[in-house]
Ligand binder design. Structure first.
Ligand code: GLU
Length: 478
């Protein structure tokens, strides 16, 4: 049996991180088992589905390097198949037309609610002669529940799931406008696409009994089901789009495309999301090949996954460090452009990246830190000024301006040796006392990376100009 799985998003909004994780699990499961991964867009809800959402979902999957083997198929283009299947069920007696007026059913539903009992359709139209169609009257098509049906199904993640008889009635397969419902289309499609494993969020557990009954009615093989726990926010509550502003401050989002904007690398997000709810021992970082090799459903836990943005940042930082400087420089360009910095992805930018990537969690953070290499400081951190801008510091920097033209600025190791001697001469051997005021003059703060890298990247002329400017602009202390 060749494994065939699918990801079936509804294009009513952007790709959600929960949807992303479902996509990843299906993708990895297919790759692990040498099977096929199919993409199906469930756009039968014509009022809520949009082309923009379809585009965004596809873009997000592509950005994540999640590739599909078949599709995308669109349910809206498969109506003939659904109609043929509805006709089949009507013919075989597994479905019937129901002419009950909506107001009447509403009344019955409200009466059930008032009595606090579960509403079930009473089967009023169940025994109508299908040949005696009252022409012209609107109808829905209902499933004819069999007398006997299984009392449970076995889920590959959740285990034995009882089928709750209370919730099952002669449910609607197609509405009065002829539109088949989700629970119907999904079975027709999964059967038509020969899906072997349905891996999806556990918010669909309650739909599964109806779907299983439909497979039986059609005489189709029922796929295996694996319902994966949902993803919750850092405080353990359900992820909510309304709390997006709060999430952003923490460095996370409900929307996959926001992660690109926040400067996460796609494989870092892939790695992190896979680990929310799946584990293989204590290992945190996996290449794609390792994931493909190790991923299976037995590693998926039953408990809800909790988003931990700090961990996500850590994972991203690891991949930033490991990524090639030139490649990162390319990826940094849009983040710099947002700051009105137009720079080529040249060797200078690669050096900036090399110098900053060990200290950055995201590309956005890296871009923030890179600004100082393009724009000279116009303000200086007050606290550092108070601490380091002493008359001695000014004297040392004035001397450095004279020395710099003769110094090997591009040889960072040699510069470090020279500075050790200069520290003896100017600050009793205290490197901090000469390095901190220099950092302040060059970058406006004392929180820069290696001062030798900063000088090397800025070059002699720019260093001299910045030191002169600091001397001119900053008042002397004491
Ligand atoms: N279209 C459904 C959703 O977005 C998925 C249905 C399924 O996977 O069976 O929730």
């Amino acid at each position: 049996m060749t494994v065939r799985v699918r990801f079936a998003p509804s294009p009513t909004g952007y790709l959600h991180v929960g949807g992303l994780r479902t996509a990843i699990f299906n993708f990895l499961f297919a790759r692990h088992h040498g099977g096929k991964f199919i993409l199906r867009i469930e756009d039968t809800d014509t009022e809520r589905s949009t082309q923009a959402a379809v585009d965004q979902i596809l873009d997000s999957l592509r950005w994540m390097n999640i590739s599909w083997d078949e599709g995308p198929f669109f349910q809206s283009q498969r109506m003939d198949l659904y109609r043929a299947h509805l006709a089949r069920l009507l013919e075989s007696g597994w479905a019937y037309r129901c002419y009950c007026p909506a107001q009447e059913l509403d009344k019955k539903r409200k009466a059930a609610e008032a009595e606090k009992r579960q509403y079930k359709y009473d089967g009023a139209c169940r025994h109508l002669d299908p040949k005696a169609d009252p022409a012209g009257r609107p109808f829905v098509i209902r499933f004819k529940m069999p007398e006997k049906y299984p009392d449970h199904f076995d889920d590959l993640v959740l285990g034995r799931i009882p089928i709750d008889e209370e919730r099952l009635d002669d449910w609607i397969l197609a509405r009065s406008d002829g539109m088949p419902v989700y629970n119907f289309c999904v079975v027709v499609d999964d059967a038509d696409m020969r899906i072997t494993h349905v891996i999806r969020g556990n918010d669909h557990v309650a739909n599964t009994p109806r779907q299983i009954l439909l497979y039986q009615a059609f005489g189709y093989i029922t796929p295996k089901f694996a319902h994966i726990p949902l993803i919750h926010g850092p405080d353990g509550s359900k992820l909510s789009k309304r709390r997006e502003a709060e999430y952003k401050k923490l460095g996370m989002s409900v929307s996959v495309q926001e992660y690109a904007r926040m400067g996460y690398l796609p494989h870092a997000l892939f790695n992190y999301m896979t680990r929310v709810g799946w584990s293989a021992g204590d290992q945190e970082l996996f290449s794609l090949d390792e994931f493909v090799q190790k991923f299976d459903l037995d590693g998926v836990g039953k408990a809800s996954g909790i988003m931990n943005p700090e961990k996500l940042k850590w994972v991203n930082a690891q991949y930033l460090k490991a990524e090639d400087d030139r490649a990162l420089a390319e990826k940094l360009l849009p983040f710099l452009a947002e700051k009105n910095i137009v720079a080529p992805a040249d060797s200078r930018l690669a050096s900036i990246v090399a110098c900053l990537k060990p200290r950055s969690n995201t590309l956005a953070e890296l871009a923030d830190k890179a600004v100082v290499f393009f724009i000279a400081p116009t303000t200086y951190d007050e606290k550092s000024v108070r601490k380091f801008w002493t008359p001695e510091a000014r004297a040392w920097l004035s001397r450095l301006v004279e020395l710099l033209p003769g110094m090997p600025i591009s040889d960072e190791a040699a510069m470090e040796e020279r500075f050790k001697k200069l520290a003896e001469e100017f600050a009793g051997g205290n490197m901090g006392k000469i390095a901190q005021p220099l950092r302040l003059a060059l970058t406006g703060s004392t929180a820069s990376p290696s001062i030798f890298s900063v000088m090397n990247i800025l070059g002699k002329d720019e260093c001299i100009a910045r030191i002169r400017r600091a001397i001119a602009e900053l008042p002397t202390l004491g």
